[in-house]
Design a protein around this ligand. Structure first.
Ligand code: HAM
Length: 438
């Protein structure tokens, strides 16, 4: 009996691995340009960490967290998101007790949520994100949003919609919650079960409901912007003007409240519908928080961050044909020895090419020429290098461009030099050999 992967989990292989690696490397590179450092927290944390930070009223904690008792009877959870674990890490390692604020980190790895699997929604997926903790200003908000925007631009995702909103400070939010409860009171029994629960636990989250009947009611609900304190409004307006000055387009979405309970003030989401019309949901999201560090035993400090869903980024890039660069690392050469005696030369040439920085593979089995060409094509090599008896005698190789089908002979003595001048290949990275001169 065959055993398949668990529902909602997926294997990443082939092109997808290349695509993920391309996205992740680019996002890492840009994070480093913005002076963020990588951290790697464990996948498992104490369940309590998420309950206290993400919040008991959130769907993630109520329905989606993978929680277990370990053999020592501890309640542990597979992380349903990164932010809580990152703040735990910062507090535990006293990173926030520095004058060099904000502390800026980036992270990457799998995340687990027991959700209903569907397009763009998995039970294990990967996030790449950043958190900047220890500065509370519209400027840091703008810098973090600019970082996300730079990342999306570098991936060539031009038609990203940035939705932005403010949840205001605590007082603004308390007043707004009261106003929402008053407004929804006469309708709530006719609204969906989730909304009825949200009404009790977290009325702002009603604004997130997608049920058509409820949306009609939500349309006329009071707006957060009318309940903002002067300070919260000033901060939000300052952020918007900074984004405008930076040329970052945005849409204000009054109903954007986010599903995790730790947010305050600025919240945002990145949306992108691929050209074929596929909507995978938000490709990334984030916001500001000011209670997390204290809640987790650290100094009281505000932070802001965001996370991208790698699977969703990959899907939109693939749909829109934007993964060309992801495949730039494919084989340059596939070396094909046509006779047993050609094996030595094939090995020698392959190793020489690799040391010069070219991605090279070779055929170790005896196979007929057409079969070797098929292999070269399957491996998506740019060039095939053919070595037969004639070539051995002349100390030459035949190099065939697999796209144009043109071929030419090269002497093996100055092979690397001639290839560099002649062929459309670039060394990936010259290997610096210890002890090798030059
Ligand atoms: P989130 O909105 O829950 O935020 O998730 C961030 C991103 O993860 C989403 O925009 C989406 O791209 C991806 N994602 C979420 N659920 C799934 C799923 N089931 N399958 C595939 N992709 C998914 C957070 O996790 C916050 N920690 C973001 C943050 C960082 N806020 C402040 N700092």
């Amino acid at each position: 009996m065959s055993i398949n992967s668990v529902k909602g989990m997926h294997d990443v292989l082939g092109e997808e691995v290349e695509g993920f690696a391309y996205i992740e490397n680019l996002l890492k590179h840009i994070s480093e340009l913005y002076a963020y450092n990588e951290v790697r927290p464990p996948v498992i944390e104490q369940s309590n960490l998420f309950v206290r930070s993400v919040g008991q009223s959130s769907d993630v904690i109520r329905k989606e967290m993978y929680t277990f008792s370990d053999k020592g009877g501890r309640s542990i959870a597979l992380r349903p998101e990164f932010t809580a674990g990152i703040i735990r890490l910062m507090v535990q390692h006293k990173l926030l007790l520095t004058k060099e604020l904000p502390v800026k980190v980036y992270y990457l790895g799998p995340v687990f949520r027991y959700e209903r699997p569907q397009l763009g929604r998995y039970r294990q997926f990967n996030q790449f994100g950043v958190e900047a903790v220890g500065n509370d200003s519209a400027e840091i908000d703008a810098d973090v949003i600019a970082l996300a925007y730079t990342m999306l631009q570098s991936l060539d995702l031009e038609n990203v919609i940035i939705k932005i909103n403010t949840l205001g400070d605590e007082l603004s939010r308390e007043n707004y919650k009261k106003a929402l409860k008053n407004y929804f009171a006469p309708f709530i029994t006719s609204m969906c079960k989730d909304c009825q629960l949200r009404y009790e636990l977290s009325p702002l989250r009603i604004l997130d409901c997608k049920v058509p009947n409820d949306q009609e009611i939500i349309k006329k609900a009071p707006k957060m912007k009318d309940y903002l304190s002067l300070k919260a409004l000033g901060r939000f307006n300052r952020l918007l003007s900074l984004l405008e000055a930076l040329g970052i387009p945005y849409e204000i979405d009054d109903n954007l409240v986010r599903g995790l309970d730790y947010y305050s003030e600025t919240v945002f989401e990145f949306h992108y519908v691929s050209k074929s019309g596929n909507d995978y949901g938000a490709i990334g999201a984030g916001g500001h928080y000011d209670k997390l560090t204290k809640e987790l035993g650290g100094p009281e400090m505000a932070g802001i961050g965001f996370s991208f869903g790698i699977e969703r980024l990959y899907s939109v890039l693939k749909d829109d044909g934007l993964l060309e660069l992801a495949y730039a690392n494919r084989l340059d050469f596939y070396v094909m020895p046509l006779a047993q005696q050609a094996q030595d030369m094939a090995l020698q040439v392959s190793i020489e090419l690799r040391l010069a920085g070219y991605r090279t593979d070779l055929c170790f089995e005896e196979a007929k020429l057409p079969n070797m060409f098929k292999r070269a094509t399957r491996k998506q090599a740019k060039y095939a290098i053919i070595i037969g008896e004639d070539e051995i005698k002349k100390r030459e190789v035949v190099i065939k461009n697999l796209e144009t089908q043109k071929q030419k002979n090269y002497g093996i003595d100055k092979l690397i030099e001639n290839i560099a001048a002649d062929l459309d290949v670039h060394d990936h990275d010259d290997i610096c050999l210890v002890g090798k001169e030059g």
